[in-house]
Design a protein around this ligand. Structure first.
Ligand code: NAD
Length: 467
């Protein structure tokens, strides 16, 4: 089914911006009851439209229904529910313990909504990366403009249809479009920008935010490495890694991008990968039952073909593709004999290709990771506590997940974010609420404190100085 996404006229964008600011200033987004009602409506939107949403994800990405329902629909319902369950405690002002001499000053930290949020999201998980941050912004009491990716056009079109039906249209608006529309948005002042996407566009967003000194969250990607140590269950590791690489055909920000394997276990790990591939795809990935996502568009498919053409490594298994009426699928592909100067090691691959590098020892594995920009996640597969400790203390990344891939994404209780080129600012659960809230402090200084404060008053005499 063809979808020509209806773009929001660029000329309408300033009026949308003004409307959202007027709504925010009117105070309608602040009452706790209103926030809770919008969060319930958000969850309702996903309950009632699950099948339609899963269908758009099939049209946009051939995303398997199970992945779509679990990660894109249930993920948002869970996020909205988590916010509903905790909002009463999040909004409560806190009274920190301060030094005794100021204990009577009523020192209070309030969390107040930042204002109008500009939320720009990517195509790989178009629903969850738009609406899960939105749950935090609603909980925080903000108004929001949502800018989904134009690349997943069926999803973006359905978002524009559903949002005004379920959420308060004076406070939440979808702007659809591509670079001209996003540029027009970025020429306006927002109270916070929340961007998820690649680092190149991240830099453009950061420059635009700097113009207005707008606070910014950048959720970017990068090359998340796996380390394979000696003495582990290689079959289990291979199954977890290959299955993780297969989610959305590798088009996932926390996808394991490449593996570094200690030389002593290199041949056995490759054999384990072959066994895992046979078990995960008994009839091959192109069999209709394999439920295998497509590469999102021709541009990205060409990018991946060029990587496979340009690599100096050797395809160990995979490498074939299949043309469909609506795109291209590339089978899970493992490439060996890859060096750091290989095209596969230049940028995040964002596809179902897994280069496997060899390291003589842990020192070399750590130095490979540290020679590249800081990744979103590091995935060490090891049972050795000393190795874990060394990787924790000698590398840097947004997150670290021992012995499993991708599951680090699934927590509402833990902060999730990048470091360096993989972004800055952490979200999920309470952390998303905090991103969209200002910590505003109030103090109230009683008249009875005057004697204690005497020292600050002019004239500055020798007696006061020496007191
Ligand atoms: P994309 O091309 O859809 O771009 C993201 C958004 O930026 C879209 O809304 C798009 O319209 C807008 N955009 C594109 N070009 C622009 C420009 N020149 N000026 C202003 N806006 C522009 O998505 P993408 O960047 O290909 O997304 C994939 C990347 O996102 C990968 O690197 C992935 O790792 C990363 N990602 C990170 C996370 C995370 O949580 N850290 C999650 C998902 C994806």
């Amino acid at each position: 089914m063809a979808n020509t996404l209806k773009h929001t006229p660029v000329a309408d964008i300033p009026a949308i911006h003004d409307k959202l600011h007027t709504t925010f200033k009117s105070g309608v987004t602040r009452p706790l009851e209103w926030r809770k009602q919008q969060l319930r409506q958000l969850a309702r939107m996903f309950y009632e439209n699950k099948d339609a949403i899963v269908h758009t994800l099939h049209l946009d990405l051939r995303k398997p229904d199970q992945e779509a329902a679990l990660m894109e629909v249930l993920g948002i319902i869970k996020g909205a529910k988590f916010a509903l369950d905790h909002i009463d405690e999040w909004v409560k002002p806190t009274k920190p313990t301060v030094e005794q001499s100021r204990a009577g000053w009523n020192c209070t930290i309030h969390t107040v909504p930042k204002g109008v949020i500009c939320l720009i999201s990517p195509w790989n998980f178009p629903w969850v990366l738009t609406f899960k941050p939105l749950a935090g912004a609603i909980a925080a009491g903000c108004a929001v403009v949502l800018k989904p990716s134009e690349v997943t056009a069926h999803s973006a079109a359905l978002m524009a249809e559903l949002v005004p039906k379920y959420l308060d249209p004076s406070a939440f608006v979808v702007i659809n479009g591509a670079v001209p529309e996003t540029t027009a948005m970025l020429n306006l002042r927002w109270d916070h920008i929340f961007y998820t996407g690649g680092v190149a566009v991240g830099r453009i967003i950061a420059a635009a935010a700097a113009k207005f000194v707008t606070p910014l969250t950048l959720e970017l990607g990068g090359k998340s490495p796996v380390i394979i140590d000696e003495g582990i269950d290689l079959d289990l590791a291979a199954r977890r890694i290959l299955n993780g690489r297969a989610v959305n055909a590798g088009q996932l920000c926390v996808s394991p991008d490449y593996s570094i394997v200690l030389r002593s276990v290199f041949p056995s790990f490759l054999e384990a990968l072959t066994r895992a591939n046979d078990v995960l795809f008994p009839d091959g990935p192109f069999h209709p039952d394999a439920k295998w996502a497509k590469i999102v568009n021709e541009r990205h498919a060409d990018r991946l073909f060029n990587l496979l053409k340009g690599t100096k490594g050797k395809v160990y298994f995979g490498g074939k593709h299949q043309k469909l009426e609506d795109g291209v699928q590339i089978e899970p592909t493992v490439v060996v004999d890859v060096g750091l100067d290989d095209p596969l090691m230049e940028e995040e691959i964002f596809g179902p290709i897994l280069p496997v590098l060899v390291a003589e020892n842990l020192d070399e594995a750590i130095s490979i990771i540290n020679s590249l920009p800081k990744p979103l996640v590091i995935y060490p597969f090891t049972d050795n506590p000393m190795t874990k400790e060394r990787i924790l203390s000698e590398t840097n990344s947004g997150n670290i997940s021992f012995n499993d891939v991708t599951s680090i994404l699934g927590f509402d209780e833990l902060p999730f974010g990048g470091q360096g080129d993989s972004g800055y600012g952490s979200w999920h659960g309470h952390y998303t609420y905090k991103i969209f809230s200002q910590e505003r402090v109030s103090i109230d200084v009683p008249a009875s404190e005057e004697t204690a404060l005497e020292i600050r008053y002019r004239p500055y005499t020798k007696e006061k100085y020496e007191a």
